[in-house]
Design a protein around this ligand. Sequence first.
Ligand code: SF4
Ligand code: SF4
Ligand code: SF4
Ligand code: FES
Length: 1021
Amino acid sequence: MGEIDVPNDAHIRSTVGPTQPPRGPQIHIMVDGAAHAAWAGEPLVDVINRAQIELAQVCYHPQLGPIQTCDTCSVEIDGKIGRACGTKVAVGMTVRTQTVAARAAQRDAYDRIVANHDLYCTVCDNNNGNCTVHNTLGTLGIQHQTRPFQPKGYDKDMSNPFYRYDPDQCILCGRCVEACQNVQVNETLTINWEAEQPRVLWDGGKPIGESSCVSCGHCITVCPCNALQEKSMLGQAGLFTGIPLPVWDAAIDVVKGVEASAGLKPIMNVSEIESAARDRYIKKTKTVCTYCGVGCSFDVWTDERHILKVEPGQGHANGISTCVKGKFGWDYVNAGDRLTTPLIREGDRFREASWDEALDLVAWRFAELKEKNGPDALAFVASSKASNEEAFLVQKFARQVIGTNNVDNCSRYCQSPASKGLSLTVGIGGDSGTIKDIENASMVITVGSNTTESHPVLATRVKRAQKLGHTKVIVFDIREHELAKRADQFHRPKPGTDFVWLGAVSKFILDNDLEDKAFLRDRVNGLDEFRESIKDFTLDYAEQETGLSAATLEALARQIAAEERVCILWAMGVTQQCGGTDTSAAISNLLLITGNFGKMGTGGYPLRGHNNVQGASDMGAMPDQVSGYQNVTDELVVQRHEREWGVRLRPERGLDNTQMIDAAIEGKLKAMWITGEEMSLTDANANHLQQGFEALEFLVVQDLYFTHTARFADVVFPAAASLEKEGTFTNTERRIQRLYEVMPPLKGTKPDWQIYMGVADRMGHRWGYTHPSEIMAEIARLSPFFAGVSYERLEGYKTLCWPVAEDGTDQPLLYTERFNFPDGKARLYAGTYHPRQHAPNDEFDLHLNSGRMLEHFHEGNMTFRVDGIAENAPDSFVELSLELAADRQIQSGQWVRLVSEYGAVKLQALVTGRVSGHEVFVPMNARKAEDAVNRLTGSGGDAITHTPAYKDTRVRMEVLHDVGPNPLPATNSRWGHPTPQMGVEVERKWARPDYVFPGGLLPMHGDSLNARVDGLGGADD
Ligand code: SF4
Ligand code: SF4
Ligand code: SF4
Ligand code: FES
């Protein structure tokens, strides 16, 4: 008996936020006659599980905490029967798990809940060895059900495109309700405990498809049986589950008949054989989500190329959580229009070509153009969807094979200003902590971030911490999105004025002695210059510029200064402005003066958009830095690369994405190679961009589909999807995670790294990698930040948050002791306010905002290929305020044309309270390229990073006569009506007249007990 063994799932427990009270002191308790270490106050069931004592526990899930609905975990605690999950450990506690009374209570509890469930395991799609209801039967050794299964009299609900609910299989454990209410915090699910026949309800009793359900999948993931099941599993998972319905029904009858005569054991034996047989064809492979920067990881269950389901549980960033895209957004991998052969342009047409021919052509043309125009006539764009190893190879190709620094990635369009702002102030351009820090903050401020839709799983942690009373949430945004509605405070500054309120709040804190003086004295430089830079940012000036009252700003300053642990999250509402870098630095400044860096629950968090946009920059797909943010001008770096690559790095900065297009139009850039980026729709000023592509002599595009960008190409390479390859992604937390090959590359496609190798090889550079792990080894050799990263250290669900020392020590929380500057001190940045350049005027009287939707990712190339998603969010639209709609007499569904200085698009109106006044909002996703919002945006942007100021756009609106249906169909979750409550509310179950706590019925000793136990059908104590 020694120190407490940390359970394997300790990290997972924390990923769902502060469910448990802080640990008490370490104590010892007696369980089944042996002493076990425990923390005072922790759930008793955790101690029992750590001691590996087998105990039934149907409703307990470590990531949900005790919900106490099933009573199967009943044990004898100091002589009385009680629930092990609902009992907190205390000094001197004596527990017996296997007494006759305890066993009887456990069995009685199970018998009661299983009366709600038809045990047809052999023909059940959930018979996969992990069904809690099935496995508990074995744990308790039950032979017969005393209470026969009784149908509840409700129909199956098939109305959601991705999953179904079968009330007759539902044991009313309430795990789903707890997950929906308190983890996902969508608050769709409840149980009507007072009803004669309770069931799970969506929005209080709506069909799922008409409810507020966002199809995140939490409820399905935690359901202990088949009551909630992915439709992709139905009839697909088992040997016998795909049989036609009448035969299937008959099979169940046979199974039940056997049970009546021979007991449950023979049936369970058969079902276990059937379950084991599934291992031969069901493959379970760990991967990392390919959509957003939260970095959810999960197992993907497949039968050949059919995706049976996505099963989260062990991911460090997400635990049991996913959003609709990670859980269900995978149809695109098997879409019928995947490219399966290279294409070569011939005039206005493309023809299919062999890999050899296409690779030869690209190598030959690159060599020819380099020879004729010099290496800087070529440029390369890495994909933020591809792996770290692949991003590394793109910049290696540019620098080693071609000899240019013309290489970039799409963080140029979103997060470069945030990285720069943080680099200037704290020294590392990444999130300063992890999601765990965010959920442990006492105050979370979001600025220009629609977190619920753009970073859904991360948002769940913020919402959960707020709902459980651990965190105050303050939202700054021009749009009243879901998190804004939930926030403790929602502030709507005028567009592009965040720098001003941040300056004013900082000034007020400093002027009123509210700053963290010790932190500033010991850890921060540049206070005087900073004070000077914000001297004009009085509360009155800020009120006038931002529209937020001086009183509001003063109160805010006082609150932030007084708060114990503050995290600030920001996104494209900040970075896609004229002064994105300055505003990002201003956020960091505010955190610095209040001492909010370097301790748990604090820090700055620029939320990364794409799954690997962090990694693409980390790996050196940037015009001035190689992997690990090492400058190409640093002689040591140059020498290290010369040793490894045999070439000297060029010391001058190359072209970034936006400069590449200008250079192409000017005739200086002749060729580009773009991997996995729909640049022609996602860059600002799409018409200008197309002009650039047309001016190129040679364009290579590598993607899954024939994208809009591919139309401009001379050669198109068909790439493999993330599920079809190995590699690593780095999420917004700087967390590096491995993905494994779920299925082989679709015939005719290749992983990106192999395509780069094919061209490099033909240009005289035999890289010779046989596996991405060898590329990672090279990255580690070349980059001090990744010195200790290896595939072995990332095995399975293991992760590392960079920087990683050679011995494998990583840094989830940065700056605990020093900031990343030579003297270890942070630097307050004296920034400049850059007012917007395109405020509405007489000709263009509306401000255009753009951003993501929950259902879609970015331009929608992948998500529009997922039927269920496309059904609920079929196309783009323009959100109009109630005032504007009334003023112009527009209704939802009406067609309008938006016209800017740069282009025009035709969209349907959606009248909504999310936007106000003359603000309009258009999602980034568009089915038709001609309607992409970036037809409207201009080229100007952040002076330091050249990130386009997408959000600084003005338009006018022409009202067209046509009126169609509402662009958001009635099945979209936005139309639902959530039913918030504090979890499953088990007290309402306990208050039912027919509820009996199993232990309460049973005497602790005596003859009557044995009769009772016999009646339960289990006699093997
Ligand atoms: S939102 Fe829908 S899918 Fe997500 S937990 Fe709630 S009911 Fe389940
Ligand atoms: S549907 Fe919900 S209440 Fe019913 S068994 Fe599944 S998790 Fe439990
Ligand atoms: S899109 Fe983001 S939040 Fe959703 S599952 Fe993927 S990584 Fe997680
Ligand atoms: S596991 Fe304890 S009541 Fe369900």
